[in-house]
Ligand binder design. Structure first.
Ligand code: ADP
Length: 640
């Protein structure tokens, strides 16, 4: 089939009913089919049951008829045989013969006993009973006249009679069979036997259905249900009623109709609803009847169709179960189909996702390869650049070293004038002391002379120190870093600018530092940095109303900070970022623009930092250096 196992087939076609409506329609159809199946099964079962009941009824009704006929035939011969009895004929000829009558009575009694029939008796042509088998009982028929009975008249006219009636003498019902007694070609009397059918009724009572035998007037004179005896099945006609009353057929009995509450039809079979004889309810019966061939009697059987109804219910239940089972199977198959479809859809989706994934993976790999190639190229470029930088840095460092040297030389030039002045002072003093020494020697003032001479080496020493500074400053090679007492370095640096303070009216505020405070540095270089900072401060304060140079040394944990503050104009924001650049200067021809750049490099080399605060109120430079250990400091103190 084209439809079914395709996911696309699941989608509702354009113009089809919406899903919920489809579901409702499906369930309605299923419910209708289920109801039809259940009803059909119930009907089919009922029809089958009714048919079976009818077939069984027909069979059984034939049995009832034959049992009834058997009971009649068993006694039918008696009046025939006894009508031929010579004593009977003689009695009819001579009714006054008492001995004969007695003999006949006794003979009848014996026969009755043998044949187990109810009562045998003989009547003369007027209907008067001459002899009877019950001659010696209180209900004796002898002397009674039964000329009004139909069986008597039938026998008198047609030779034989048959009649069912309630006995007028005994009051008990029975079947009267009669036969004419002929003598010399003439009917002289009638011989009759009354047979009781109680045993038959009794036997029928055990059967599965109710059995009734009704006469031509519709009176049920035999019934397996005692309460229904002498009930009328149909309404007897007025003529019938007159006939019955004349023959005193059911004398002493009130004829009432059978309590039929409804008549109907089930699958072509007539159905009667009869009120139960021993309760308030009614029972439905399937009615079947058959007419007897001889008299106008009919045998009626009433079968209870309850088992058929029960069987129909069972069939309906079975059908319902079958429908439910079928429904479950259908639902299971639908579910299974849906699951298979879902599985297929999921597999398709998975496959699609897999393909996508594979494609994405391939794309990723291509991209990674491209990116890797880029990275390799970039790496190579970087490596090249790093090499380039390193080379540039090396060149720069060499250039810087050169610059440092050049800066130093330049500074040396600048300092030369100051130093000359610096040296001139002690030289002049030494000369004065020397001149004085000669005078004092001449005068013989030995004590004064001595004092004078002792001063000279001091001055020489000072000069030597100044020249020593210069030597160290001009040196290119790096000296070994050692603990330098900060106070001494500041003092030595101040010595070189001292001569500018007084002429320029600069106030110096310098708290001498604790000689124990030392930093790891090359002493000359630290002095060079400080001289540079002092000089810049003095330059900045030129022409300023307040000229104050403040120097302070602070210990901050493992670091030492030397702060150099001035009261100059400070450093403008646009200048500040550039002051550490080599050759940046605002001093026209006077400045080289190397001082701060070299100083920052020196401090950085020593593991320190040179920072600036541009103002306002003047600039403050700070040299931050690692502090020398306690042991080193003590050794420093010893040499200070
Ligand atoms: P130079 O002193 O030869 O100009 P420096 O590198 O020592 O070179 O200084 C660079 C510049 O920094 C100076 O030209 C000046 O503009 C500025 N500068 C340095 N110190 C101070 C200061 N204490 N106050 C104001 N400006 C300063």
């Amino acid at each position: 089939m084209a439809f079914g196992w395709h996911v696309a087939g699941m989608a509702p076609a354009a113009g089809a009913l919406p899903r919920p409506v489809q579901a409702v329609a499906w369930w309605l159809a299923v419910t209708a089919m289920a109801a039809a199946a259940v009803a059909g099964a119930a009907l089919w079962s009922e029809r089958r049951g009714i048919e079976a009941l009818r077939a069984g009824g027909e069979h059984r009704i034939a049995l009832y008829v034959s049992s009834l006929e058997g009971a009649i035939q068993r006694h039918d011969y008696l009046p025939v045989v006894l009508s031929m009895n010579e004593d009977v004929r003689r009695l009819l000829r001579d009714p006054g013969d008492a001995a004969l009558r007695d003999r006949v009575n006794r003979y009848f009694a014996t026969v009755t006993q043998e044949a187990q029939s109810a009562t045998l008796y003989v009547m003369d042509a007027s209907g008067l009973t001459l002899a009877a088998s019950n001659w010696d009982t209180p209900q004796s028929f002898v002397g009674s006249n039964y000329a009004f009975r139909p069986y008597f008249r039938q026998a008198m006219t047609s030779g034989r009679g048959r009649f069912y009636a309630v006995g007028v003498t005994t009051g008990t019902p029975g079947l009267f069979l009669s036969h004419a007694v002929s003598d010399g070609g003439r009917t002289v009397g009638v011989l009759a036997v009354k047979v009781s059918l109680d045993a038959l009724e009794e036997a029928w009572r055990n059967g599965p259905e109710r059995v009734l035998v009704a006469d031509g007037a519709g009176v049920a004179f035999l019934s397996s249900e005692p309460a229904w005896r002498f009930r009328t099945l149909d309404d007897p006609s007025a003529a019938e009623l007159r006939r019955m009353s004349l023959s005193r057929q059911y004398a002493g009995v009130t004829l009432e109709p059978l309590a039929v509450t409804g008549r109907g039809d089930r699958h072509g079979a007539p159905v009667l609803a009869i009120r139960d004889p021993d309760g308030p309810g009614t029972t439905e019966y399937l009615m079947q009847s058959v007419a007897l061939p001889g008299p106008d009697w009919r045998v009626v059987i009433l079968s209870d169709p309850a088992p058929v109804t029960a069987a129909a219910r069972t069939a309906a239940a079975v059908a319902a179960f079958a429908v439910v089972f079928l429904l479950l199977v259908v639902l299971y198959l639908r579910q299974r189909r849906r699951r298979i479809l879902e599985g297929m859809a999921a597999r398709d989706a998975l496959e699609t996702a897999n393909v996508e994934l594979r494609r994405a993976h391939e794309e990723l790999e291509v991209r990674i390869a491209a990116r890797t190639a880029d990275l390799v190229a970039a790496n190579a470029r970087l490596t090249r650049e790093v090499a380039e930088r390193e080379r540039a840095e090396r060149v720069l460092r060499e250039a810087q070293d050169e610059l440092v040297q050049a800066g130093k030389l330049a500074m040396l030039g600048q300092m030369a004038a100051g130093i000359t002045h610096e040296l001139n002072q002690p030289l002049a003093a030494i000369r004065t002391y020397a001149d004085n020494a000669v005078v004092l020697f001449d005068r013989g003032l030995h004590d004064d002379l001595r004092t004078n001479l002792v001063r000279i080496p001091h001055l020489v020493e000072r000069m030597a120190r100044i020249t020593g500074q210069l030597k160290a400053f001009a040196r290119k090679t790096k000296a070994r870093a050692e603990p330098v007492p900060v106070g001494r370095a500041v003092h030595n640096a101040l010595l070189l600018i001292e001569q500018r303070l007084a002429p320029e009216g600069v106030e110096l505020i310098c708290v001498p530092a604790d000689p124990g405070i030392a930093v790891v540095f090359e002493e000359v270089r630290l002095e060079q940095v400080l001289i540079n900072l002092f000089r810049n401060a003095l330059d900045a304060m030129k022409g300023q109303p307040v000229r104050r140079l403040s120097i302070a040394v602070e210990v901050r944990g493992e670091r030492v900070r030397i702060r150099v503050r001035d009261t100059g104009p400070g450093i403008p924001d646009d200048v500040l970022p550039r002051i550490f650049e080599p050759f940046f200067t605002t001093k026209d021809a006077a400045g080289l623009g190397l001082g701060l750049s070299i100083s920052a490099g020196i401090v950085r080399d020593a593991g320190g930092q040179l920072t600036v605060d541009g103002g306002p109120g003047g600039a403050e430079f700070a040299v931050d250096l690692p502090r020398a250990g306690a042991g080193e400091a003590s050794s420093v103190r010893g040499t200070a």
